[in-house]
Design a protein around this ligand. Structure first.
Ligand SMILES: *Cc1c(COP(=O)(O)O)cnc(C)c1O
Length: 467
């Protein structure tokens, strides 16, 4: 092998130019496509058969590899940005945000240190400051974009425990308080940290309230280092009584972490802003731009009231890193459990700068209004009933007489016929249907069409299949 051969992949040449053109043309088409199908997964054996072997000593060439991606692999991935994707928490990046993600990759930006990525970090920090101000946090608040809410929650809770230790607290077992309806990632964080979880019952309506938290603090307060309040539960979009829980900080010593991975974006809308009173007292919070802030995967904004506490907890020290950590520069790596990172906040920065914050408020409000409208429609249908009134943009409802199998079959059929992606959920042991509404291109009519499939003969599984 010659030197020229080994540099072939990196040099600017006719070959590499052709590869770049192919990829950018595909990207452009996908970004501007009007008719992207919903798509669905395929069994592995089918993918083996269709894709064949793609990795060899010689390579198959960009045209063939991209062809396999376009015709085999991509169609076996659900289009998360489809307006009929209503499961879990959808993603619906703005065109500016999704397009700018290409720029972030093309520029090979490193977002871990100020030394290497000052410009990118500066822009990310402007977004974090804007978010912090929206949430009512003080001037000095700041943090970092991490991969997702799971890592954001873990990093915040590690900082919380570190702060408790620094204040001289050393119980035999640390514990954190959260709602029984809190997101699973908080439980997972406790497991990683080897701390106890005190799961406090929420009200009938799913809201964690101050009196329940107070009881837990009175019983276990000496070992509680953090209370997690949920600002928009994933299953229902329920916002805890954050103001009431925050007020307990006057009597008890704990770090208030607000898990708003999905719902905290609801603070941008005047329709729901007041639900989040108390967030301004949070010691840390997370919100996922890849959820309701219309950024591409994957990004979680982790913000500390006092970023110094995050930095003390997380800065990695090593001989080769000292040149970075001794400067006192703002290096995003220092604020969470990670080191190397892409500046994943930049797509949101570019989109916010492009369109302005106002249209983001409108887009969030659109989801909330649509959720309220379809909830009314559900209530008006005798076969359907709401499990709870929606607080944000998640609508959970039941179809009278349906078993779990009925919901599963209905859901599979919707995907199979490429009508919608609506996976069943459950509450208190009862299966239900759930719309997570987030995509500004989702319409009332589209949702009504889906409701119709639950009552029409053709799609009422228990009738058509005559069980
Ligand atoms: C989605 C979600 C998480 C987890 O976030 P990831 O980005 O999926 O890791 C945590 N908490 C809540 C409330 C969520 O909705």
């Amino acid at each position: 092998m010659t030197a020229a051969d080994s540099a072939r992949m990196h040099e600017v040449s006719d070959e590499t130019a052709a590869i770049v053109d192919l990829v950018l043309e595909y990207s452009r088409n996908r970004l501007l496509a009007q008719d992207t199908p919903l798509d669905k997964p395929l069994p592995q054996a089918e993918l083996v058969r269709l894709a064949g072997r793609t990795i060899s000593e010689q390579g198959i060439g960009a045209r063939k590899a991209l062809g396999i991606f376009e015709h085999v692999l991509a169609p076996a991935c659900i289009s998360i940005d489809d307006p009929a994707y209503l499961s879990f928490i959808p993603a619906a990046p703005t065109k500016a945000a999704a397009a700018f993600d290409v720029v972030v990759s093309a520029s090979v930006l490193y977002g871990g240190s100020w030394l290497e990525g000052a410009g990118a970090v500066h822009a990310e920090n402007e977004v974090l400051r804007w978010l912090a101000a929206e949430f009512g946090l003080p001037e000095g608040a700041g943090g970092v974009f991490v991969q997702g809410g799971t890592l954001g929650n873990l990093s915040a809770l590690v900082a919380a425990r570190d702060a408790a230790r620094r204040r001289g607290r050393s119980p035999e077992r640390f514990a954190m308080v959260c709602s029984v309806e809190a997101h699973s990632s908080n439980i997972s964080a406790a497991k990683v940290m080897d701390v106890d979880v005190i799961a406090v019952p929420a009200g009938e309506d799913g809201i964690l309230r101050a009196d329940a938290v107070r009881a837990a603090l009175e019983e276990h307060g000496d070992r509680v280092f953090a209370v997690v309040a949920t600002a928009g539960s994933t299953n229902f979009g329920i916002v805890d009584d954050i103001a009431g829980i925050a007020a307990l900080k006057d009597e008890f010593e704990f770090w208030l972490h607000v898990d708003g991975a999905y719902g905290l974006a609801g603070m941008l809308s005047p329709l729901t802003r007041s639900l989040f009173a108390g967030v301004e007292r949070a010691d840390s919070l997370v919100v996922d731009p890849h959820k309701w802030l219309f950024a591409p995967f994957d990004a979680c904004a982790l913000i500390y009231r006092d970023p110094q506490l995050g930095r003390i907890a997380h800065t990695q020290h090593a001989e080769y890193l000292d040149t970075l950590t001794e400067t006192g520069d703002w290096s995003p790596s220092d604020f969470a459990i990670h080191l190397t990172r892409r500046p994943r906040g930049l797509p949101l920065w570019f989109s916010l700068a492009t369109y302005g914050a106002g249209v983001y408020r409108d887009a969030v409000s659109h989801s909330i209004e649509l959720a309220r409208r379809i909830a009314d429609e559900i209530e008006s249908r005798p076969e359907l009933s709401l499990v709870r009134q929606p607080m944000l943009s998640v609508v959970v409802f039941e179809r009278e007489g349906w078993t779990k199998e009925d919901y599963n079959r209905w859901s599979a059929q919707l995907l199979d016929e490429q009508i919608a992606f609506v996976t069943p959920s459950s509450h208190a042991g009862r299966t239900n249907a759930r719309f997570a509404i987030l995509n500004p291109r989702t319409t009332f009519e589209r949702l009504v069409e889906i409701l119709d499939t639950m009552t029409e003969r053709r799609a009422g599984p228990s009738r058509t299949e005559g069980r």
